[in-house]
Design a protein around this ligand. Structure first.
Ligand SMILES: Cc1ncc(COP(=O)(O)O)c(C=O)c1O
Length: 452
């Protein structure tokens, strides 16, 4: 299988190369040349690790026994047999994706991606520094993804005093030999600007072997598409899901499953007040707006990177480079209606998120995280078809303040996170300047510390 860039200028590459590069050399995103069709009778009755192996195999230039071992390792011990349990409720089901080491759906893809990168680099005698900018949530999942992966280091930049104390604790108490936290005197935007600047310097990027694990990496979406196949196999009904999405990665993964042949009734996407993709699906216009701070902060995004892949794969083809150039210059682009099953969208305001947490708790006796509450809010306003599956992306104990506000009483953080309170922490304080981070990374690289 070869992978093409959505911008059409970079040469096609194989799966391993696409995974290592993350972003294509022409600034585009890698997409597979075809979407292999699933053989459902062969998938029936498989457990999650086996299903992941079978679904991903046609996309990967990796010997099948090796891929199988990677999936068993990623989805075995860390999950204790519960990667994506479906809990029934009066509306249908909730797919709980928060049983991994950092209690976020990001673990589902990153536990696999870390091992996959380590596997590729072991064969190439190489190593890689995963530099990550985080506003709180991605950081800990990225750090956890390299545990036990000696070919990788994860270096996470976060803004000092602007991530929750619980998130900071989750990152800085992980004292592995290949995990590093940089506490920068600035904002999340500063961290992201530094990440972009260092990645734009091709020589530095190559010398320091910088890698990316955000959802521009196709392997992450591929790993996420597995849980949508899983839903269909577990329920035996056409896929009907509501997906909380920001960068459009989680939703695109559902759409990939549909294109691989999963019978599909309806795909619904749910956003918070940062509703750029909701507006796109409603009006056909992709237009940037101001970023709002919300109770579902992991979706506070106004540029939905993965929409570019949708433009390309749903029929935009050679017009994508032109559309993206227009969007980058003016912050607005209009596209024709692109191919898909029934796709609908909705968004939730701050008050609606709080109300959804309250109502779901009253009616079902279960607490939802604010991101999942966005999806449930959208779900209950949609016309009833079959039974709906709401995708739950984080444990509510990661967002105790929002839940406490909704329920009107104190709500404890997740016990495992509370237990980290007294653990020693490790972070390096730096100014929010690309030069300072560059110098620090060079020192780390020269030391060759902890790498084979
Ligand atoms: C808890 C949570 N839910 C939902 C999402 C949305 O995922 P995506 O932006 O990849 O569509 C995120 C993304 O960061 C998240 O952290």
């Amino acid at each position: 299988m070869r992978y093409w860039s959505t911008r059409g200028l970079a040469a096609p590459v194989g799966f391993q190369e696409a995974t290592l590069q993350g972003l294509a050399g022409d600034g585009g995103l890698f997409v597979p040349e075809t979407l292999p069709q699933l053989d459902f009778p062969a998938l029936k009755g498989l457990d999650y690790p086996q299903l992941a192996w079978r679904v991903m195999a046609p996309f990967c230039d990796i010997p099948e026994p090796d891929l199988k071992a990677l999936c068993e390792d990623a989805y075995g011990p860390a999950y204790g047999g519960a990667v994506a349990p479906l809990r029934s409720d009066p509306w249908g089901h909730v797919l709980e994706l928060f049983h991994g080491p950092t209690f976020s759906f990001k673990d589902v893809a990153l536990q696999f991606l870390g091992r996959l990168l380590n596997y590729i680099l072991t064969r190439r005698q190489g190593h890689c520094n995963l530099l990550v900018a985080t506003s709180g949530d991605t950081g800990s999942a990225a750090l956890q993804s390299v545990v036990g992966c000696p070919r990788l280091r994860a270096v996470v930049m976060y803004p000092k005093g602007r991530v929750s104390s619980l998130q900071e604790r989750q990152m800085t108490t992980l004292l592995e030999p290949n995990t590093y936290c940089l506490e920068l005197e600035g904002t999340f935007d500063d961290c992201q600007a530094i990440l972009k600047e260092l990645n734009r310097d091709a020589d530095f990027k190559q010398r320091l072997r910088l890698g990316a694990v955000n959802s521009v990496n196709f392997a992450r979406l591929l790993a996420q598409s597995v849980y949508y196949v899983w839903i269909y196999l577990q329920t035996g009904e056409p896929l009907q899901v509501v997906v909380p999405t920001g960068n459009f990665g989680n939703f695109l993964s559902a759409w990939l499953a549909y294109r691989m042949g999963v019978p599909t009734r309806r795909l619904a996407l749910a956003t918070n007040e940062n509703d750029i993709v909701h507006r796109y699906f409603r009006d056909g216009v992709y237009e940037r707006g101001p970023v709002h701070e919300t109770l579902a902060p992991a979706m506070d995004i106004q540029v939905a990177s993965n929409l570019e892949r949708f433009f390309f794969m749903a029929g935009g083809g050679d017009r994508v480079a032109e559309w993206m150039a227009q969007f980058e210059q003016t912050g607005r682009v209009e596209t024709p209606r692109l191919e898909g099953p029934e796709m609908v969208s909705g968004s939730a305001s701050r008050a609606e998120i709080l109300q959804a947490i309250r109502d779901y708790h009253e009616q079902v006796g279960v607490v939802l995280c604010p991101h999942t509450a966005v999806a449930w809010h959208v779900a209950r306003r949609l016309p009833r078809l079959g039974s709906e599956v709401v995708v739950a992306t984080a444990h509510p104990g990661k967002f105790p303040e929002a839940v406490a506000e909704a329920l009107g009483r104190p709500y404890p953080g997740h016990p495992a996170l509370e237990a980290l309170r007294d653990r020693p922490r490790r972070a390096v304080a730096l100014p929010a300047e690309a030069g300072a981070v560059r110098k620090w990374l060079e020192g780390l690289s020269d030391s060759g510390e902890n790498l084979p």
